[in-house]
Design a binder for this molecule. Structure first.
Ligand SMILES: Cc1cc2nc3c(=O)[nH]c(=O)nc-3n(C[C@H](O)[C@H](O)[C@H](O)COP(=O)(O)O)c2cc1C
Length: 202
């Protein structure tokens, strides 16, 4: 099994990174033979989507189509395709995903999806280009100040990531966690939850 972890924090070794490591540990405890790769988005060149829509209009086969921008999304897209299990982690910035994660998700949207879906009265909604058995995914959102009991005011990130997982990446979210107010509460109190979340990926 291939596990791919995507780190949306600009900071290495801090709260989001630590919780992702715990989730990886949890997954490994159930699947010791798994292959794990962790990608810190901050370390790579990922340009802004330019809305050229070449990907959305592309009729090419396959789980994704190439973006017109040549950068690190070329190989990251390959890694996303190879993975059977995904962990997405982001700190809360302004109640939302970080800009780094948002840039990445925008690039994923239509490269991994085609506009053949319908929802309510809308046509042209994204559906994954990949067919067949989907991946499983978990989401970790970390806030510095806002505690879990105010999560609904500070967590638009989880729903945003869920849409990318289900509508583009052919992945089923099987769990998520919100590690709130880590600045005052400390991140360590969330380690157990993150470990358990990783085990859900089996
Ligand atoms: C630009 C910016 C915006 C932020 N916005 C929020 C916020 O809306 N709510 C909150 O609780 N914390 C906010 N924070 C604090 C981060 O969520 C917190 O520092 C988090 O632990 C960072 O994760 P990391 O340790 O993995 O980098 C913000 C931090 C930055 C830099």
């Amino acid at each position: 099994m291939n596990l791919l972890a995507i780190v949306g924090s600009p900071r290495k070794g801090m709260a989001t990174d630590k919780l992702i490591d715990k989730a990886i540990e949890g997954f490994r405890s159930k699947s010791p033979e798994c292959k794990v790769r962790k990608i810190h988005l901050m370390d790579h060149e990922i340009g802004f989507c330019r809305n050229c829509l070449a990907c959305r209009e592309s009729k090419a086969d396959g789980p994704y189509v190439k973006c017109t921008i040549r950068d690190d999304m070329d190989w990251i897209s390959e890694e996303l395709t190879k993975a059977d299990r995904l962990i997405f982690g982001t700190p809360v910035h302004e109640g939302y995903c970080t800009g780094i994660m948002t840039t990445f998700l925008e690039r994923v949207t239509w490269t991994f999806a085609k506009p053949t879906g319908r929802a309510l009265t809308l046509i042209g909604c994204p559906v994954p280009r990949a067919t067949g058995k989907g991946k499983k995914a978990v989401i970790i959102v970390v806030s510095g100040i806002v505690p879990p009991y105010y999560r609904k005011f500070c967590d638009d990130a989880t729903s945003h990531i869920k849409i990318a997982l289900t509508c583009s990446l052919n992945a089923k979210p099987v769990g998520d966690m919100y590690a709130g107010a880590v600045e005052s509460r400390g991140v360590e109190r969330y380690f157990g939850k993150a470990h358990k979340l990783g085990r859900k990926l089996i």
